[in-house]
Ligand binder design. Structure first.
Ligand code: SAM
Length: 217
């Protein structure tokens, strides 16, 4: 399989690597979240992505679950650390034009101000250094662009907050990279973003946000 690096304008800039792999891991991932998707995530994804337009970067694209949901975007560049899950994206149908890169959100392989919109769904729970990734997202987002997020976060009400704090150590030990109680909205604001829209879902553990780059006064 060939994973190709794109510069976000559908122009192929480099052939990154040829990787021999199976799509087993991608299929296992999709099966693992199937119930959650049907129960609520699909609807929230549709809601989040309805306004996304232009040239889009998706952070932690995984198996490309969002790809068939985009409507009217010109190009989606997807990045993920793991080629095994990205391979799932390459098998999706009814997608807009897209390219995938095996890349780390901490060091995005794109020029400054390349993207109209950036999307992250359920990725900021597992990115190891969120401030580093957010600095990179600020750099590659157009000054008037928007950053769309759907993340599972530290509970937003007293009960779900206690639950996510209590479960976090065992969850992290099992999952290795996924944090149950991250306060992504706080990190986002501390990293130079203004949150324009925010709503919570799923008993207060899912948060949908639209953010833009904070204008310094
Ligand atoms: C829970 S999955 C979510 C996948 C997809 N966005 C979705 O909505 O189903 C999180 C993804 O983030 C990726 N990831 C974690 N840290 C990353 C990093 N530093 N850079 C790029 N991708 C990362 C993981 O490999 C994984 O595929």
């Amino acid at each position: 399989m060939i994973i190709v690096l794109y510069d976000g304008t559908s122009q192929k800039v480099a052939q990154a690597q040829r990787i021999v792999m199976s799509t087993k891991e991608a299929k296992r991932y999709d099966r693992g979240v199937w119930l959650l998707e049907v129960a609520s995530l699909q609807k929230l994804r549709q809601q989040l992505l309805a306004a996304v337009h232009g040239t889009v970067l998706e952070i932690g694209m995984g198996t490309g679950v969002n790809l068939p949901i985009y409507n009217g975007v010109s190009f989606v560049a997807g990045i993920d650390l793991r080629p095994q899950v990205l391979s799932g994206a390459l098998t999706r149908e009814n997608t807009p034009p897209f390219g995938v890169s095996c890349a780390n959100a901490h060091h995005l392989p794109f020029g400054n101000g390349r993207f109209d919109n950036i999307v992250s769904t359920l990725a900021f729970c597992s990115i190891s250094e969120p401030p580093l990734a957010l600095a990179e997202i600020r750099r590659v987002l157009k000054p008037n662009g928007r950053f769309y997020l759907l993340e599972h976060v530290r509970g937003q009400n007293p009960v779900s907050q206690r639950l996510t704090d209590w479960l976090q150590p065992a969850w992290f030990a099992l999952q290795h990279e996924c944090h149950l109680n991250r306060e992504t909205a706080v990190t986002l604001q501390a990293s130079g973003f203004t949150i324009e829209e925010s709503s919570t879902h799923g008993f207060g553990i899912l948060q949908m946000m639209v953010a833009k780059i904070k204008i310094e006064e």
